[in-house]
Design a protein around this ligand. Structure first.
Ligand SMILES: Cc1ncc(COP(=O)(O)O)c(C=O)c1O
Length: 302
């Protein structure tokens, strides 16, 4: 299960900031050019379950610009797995770059009305669709299940035990990835979870994913820039400056907001002097093409 996959992902020094604060970045985005980041971590043990079980088709869910749909399609192509994506909304824009790439990778797409999509496996329509597939393994939206947590545990095991971090910054949508990071973190590390989608139930969902009680974490809810897939000109400008300086691409949906929040927490004094901070880059770079297509704006500097 490891060919072509660049793990352990490297940890690099991003820079020495004010007040003696050192920021490091774990380059999960470098795990694979098409499905690096938390997608690999969340899908790996689902793929193992697929290969070890009596399954023929992998089925999952996502919106029309979903990183999870894109990454699942690419991974299934590489591992020669038949896959189906159940997509939110009845209409397929023929130019949608995410769905076109998923189709080209071999994913079969079904579009369902938003009202049915919301019900997921409780929707009769969706159940009918799934029942027609050959021996399906159903993975929830965003890959959020117990097997995903096992993959995130591996990420945390890659951190050198010698190098303690005072803070870890990570993005959250459902909070599954962040909960794995909290679960397997050193209790002396504070995990700062950036709520990228304005998910009002994020704290509760992180608590529901945690398998024991942890208090070394906090959700930062002021860096969502308007919510899912929203990015202001300020965020675009921030990314241009960041990319020019560090030569690292951040996606507009999750990681740019997280780094913005991290640097703001340094500037506003939330981060203690002389701290060591780790930013976990969760990938999602296909989101750049999707964002540029949707907004007509340049996310990358010219
Ligand atoms: C690039 C990226 N980062 C972070 C997240 C947030 O992950 P989670 O839904 O596990 O909170 C996602 C969504 O899966 C993502 O695509």
């Amino acid at each position: 299960m490891s060919h072509l996959i660049n793990i352990p992902s490297p940890v690099n020094l991003l820079g020495m900031m004010d007040r003696g604060i050192k920021v490091f970045v774990k380059r999960e985005d470098l795990i694979h050019p098409l499905f690096g980041g938390n997608k690999w971590r969340k899908l790996k043990y689902n793929l193992v379950a697929f290969k070890n079980g009596d399954y023929k088709t992998l089925v999952t869910f996502g919106g029309p610009f979903s990183n999870h749909i894109f990454a699942t399609a690419q991974i299934c192509k590489i591992y020669n797995i038949k896959c189906t994506g159940i997509i939110r909304g009845e209409y397929m824009d023929p130019n949608n770059p995410t769905l076109n790439a998923a189709k080209e990778a071999g994913m079969q797409l079904y579009f369902v009305p938003k009202s049915e999509y919301k019900l997921k496996e409780n929707s009769e329509l969706i159940n009918q669709l799934i029942s027609k597939l050959e021996r399906p393994l159903v993975i929830p939206e965003g890959g959020a299940n117990d097997l995903a947590s096992k993959g995130v545990e591996e990420l945390m095991k890659e951190l050198d035990e010698e190098s303690h971090y005072d803070y870890i910054f990570v993005s959250a949508g459902t909070g599954m990835t962040a909960s794995g990071i909290i679960q397997f973190s050193n209790p002396l590390t504070k995990v700062m979870v950036v709520n990228a989608l304005k998910n009002e139930g994020l704290e509760d969902s992180i608590i529901s994913f945690l398998t024991d009680e942890r208090t070394n974490w906090e959700v930062l809810s002021t860096y969502h820039f308007g919510g899912f897939a929203k990015a202001s000109d300020e965020l675009i400008q921030f990314h241009h400056t960041f990319f020019d300086k560090y030569k690292i691409q951040l996606d507009p949906i999750y990681n740019a907001k997280t780094v913005y929040g991290l640097l703001d927490c340094i500037e506003n004094g939330t981060i203690r002097d002389h701290s060591k901070v780790l930013f976990i880059h969760t990938g999602g770079l296909q989101g750049i093409t999707a964002f540029e297509y949707r907004s007509g704006k340049n996310w990358l500097p010219a």
